[in-house]
Ligand binder design. Structure first.
Ligand code: CUA
Length: 311
């Protein structure tokens, strides 16, 4: 992932990427040429008009119309070129083709979930077909996030209470990074997903499999959700302490709350902690760090509890 880029840009894997890169390199090389001309000219003139003796007196400077016109006209043309190409690219990036395949993307603190037309819902993994326009219809459950796929050269803010969208057409099968690029809290840097670009046949097969959560046993579904919903970013299953408590040996143990009350970690306790984690906080941990997971279905909550029981 991401090894085929240049010093300046990551690998390029979407239809708009070459245009974006071309404009970037136009600005880049123009800047280098202008910098060399200005600094070079400056050094030359300092050397040419240096004081040669104590009697040396400079001659009055005559203005040059040609020089003045050219340093107004040439930069204006350059800036207008960048504007024209930039604006064309912007329009292309903003308006999705009408035949685009649509996926619902939801951002939350701190992860992503993607919902497909057939009911499949996956977290922190975006699967798309190659050579086909894909439109992400995006919203946030809590604060402002931003979806950024460097290899596709797309970035768009994801807001609560308002839909935004982004579209791309991947040109190469493979795996790519998807980042959150808006500072959104303590785990912002961990809010990373993987984009899997499949052939159309592989994508169809994956999509059919992904929609079949109903057939999966609860603990297995729970394990899947534990990863997809981002739980593992704060809660380990091997006993190591993270931002949140480990799940190892949690079920059935006694937990001391911040107000001193001792509760047994049974099914109801776990359910409460998943749906409304802000209400009671275990001693030694910070309140308000874990977002509420009320959007999970009944079956998904049961699955998570079944999985945690086994740890
Ligand atoms: Cu979400 Cu940063």
């Amino acid at each position: 992932m991401g090894n085929n880029g240049t010093v300046w840009l990551p690998e390029s894997a979407s239809t708009v990427a070459p245009e974006v890169d071309w404009l970037f390199y136009f600005v880049y090389w123009t800047s280098i040429v202008i910098t060399l001309l200005v600094v070079g000219g400056m050094i030359y003139l300092v050397w040419k008009y240096r004081r040669k003796s104590d009697e040396d007196r400079p001659e009055p400077v005559k203005e040059s119309k040609l020089l003045e016109i050219s340093w107004v006209v040439v930069p204006t043309i350059l800036v207008l070129l960048v504007f024209t190409w930039g604006f064309q690219g912007y329009l292309k990036l903003t308006v999705a083709p009408s035949n685009a395949y649509e996926i619902q993307a939801t951002a939350f603190s701190w992860g992503w979930s993607f919902d497909y037309p057939n009911g499949a819902s996956v977290g922190n993994e975006l699967h798309v077909p190659v050579d086909r326009p894909v439109r992400l219809n995006m919203s946030s459950e809590d604060v402002l996030h931003s979806l950024f796929i460097p290899a596709f050269r797309v970035k768009q803010d994801v807001l609560p209470d308002r839909y935004t969208s982004v579209w791309f057409e991947a040109t190469q099968e493979g795996e790519y990074h998807l980042f959150c690029s808006e500072y959104c809290g303590t785990q912002h840097a961990e809010m990373i997903a993987t984009v899997h670009v499949h052939s159309q046949a592989d994508f169809d097969e994956w999509l059919a499999d992904a929609a079949m959560d109903e057939d999966v046993p609860l603990p297995e579904l729970g394990e899947r959700l534990f990863g997809q919903q981002g739980c593992q970013q704060c809660h380990s299953v091997d006993g190591t302490d993270g931002i949140g408590p480990t799940m190892q040996g949690l079920f059935g143990s006694e937990r001391t709350m911040q107000d001193g009350e001792v509760l047994e970690a049974d099914e109801n306790y776990l359910r409460q902690m998943i749906i409304n984690p802000g209400e009671r906080v275990v001693e030694g941990y910070q309140a308000g760090v874990m977002p509420p997971y009320g959007r999970l279905s009944e079956r998904e909550i049961n699955a998570l509890i079944a999985y945690i029981k086994e740890q």
